[in-house]
Design a protein around this ligand. Structure first.
Ligand code: SAM
Length: 224
């Protein structure tokens, strides 16, 4: 994601009714923000927001929260948000490191990670959104039956993520090294990055992980 400092981006965040200004104050009370008890799905690192905006339109009975670290990027998602009329989509500008301060124990039903930054240097591995450290955070906020869904074009990050799932004691529910040519593509919603990388001919990797003891079926294909 190219990061330019867009003048006024921070002010636009502060003024928007769609951006939650003090997210930590809603911990354990997100149902009050939405005015209902529907399941909450997060996208962490939503970028320009096409994925979560599309899902919010398609699934009015799910509550969506898009998380993005940078105002200049979130501003692009906000522009999309302002063009649709839904009551099930809010954004938070925050670093995902603070997830457990914003969401209570098992308050979230699903987490989407799309084309997360790879942080290729080993010393930065903990910053990858699929590191063991992040799975420990997801373990706190995600319901017992909840899932983490991850897509990427980056093979090394995908392999690292599969290892994290195993080391964290989670189950691999689904794994494919070529999502767009797999049976899992039917209901796929593309992100901005996904469209760009797949149009260049790059395969898209996807995995879904949960921590259900017996119900999970590993339908994974080998990526080695
Ligand atoms: N998900 C979008 C897509 O697929 O088009 C954007 C992908 S972009 C490569 C990754 C995004 O994640 C960037 O917008 C970045 O600012 C955001 N991001 C990275 N680390 C983050 C963190 N710790 N907390 C919140 N957002 C983060």
């Amino acid at each position: 994601m190219r990061l330019r400092n867009i003048p006024g981006a921070r002010e636009a965040m502060l003024e928007s009714e769609f951006v939650i200004q003090n997210p930590k104050s809603h911990r354990n009370q997100w149902k009050e923000v939405f005015g209902n008890d529907n399941p909450i799905h997060l996208e962490i690192g939503m970028g320009k927001g096409r994925f979560i905006t599309t899902l919010a339109l398609e699934n009015p009975d799910i509550n969506y929260i898009g998380i993005e670290k940078y105002s200049s990027v979130l501003l692009r998602a906000l522009e999309k948000r302002e063009q649709i009329e839904v009551s099930n989509l809010f954004f938070i500008r925050m670093d995902a490191e603070e997830l457990t301060e914003v969401f209570g124990y098992h308050e979230v039903a699903r987490i989407y990670l799309n084309f997360s930054d790879p942080w290729p240097k080993e010393r930065h591995a903990k910053r990858r959104l699929t590191s063991k450290e992040y799975f420990a955070r997801y373990d706190q906020i995600l319901k017992s039956e909840g899932t983490v869904e991850f897509k990427t074009d980056n093979r090394d990050l995908f392999l690292f993520s599969l290892e994290s799932v195993e080391e964290s004691g989670w189950n691999l529910v689904l794994s494919t090294a070529d999502l767009h040519h797999s049976i899992y593509c039917a209901d796929n919603v593309m992100t901005e990055y996904e469209e760009r990388f797949s149009s260049q001919g790059n395969p898209i990797y996807k995995m879904v992980a949960d921590r259900q003891p017996a119900a999970s079926v590993n339908t994974g294909e080998s990526v080695i």
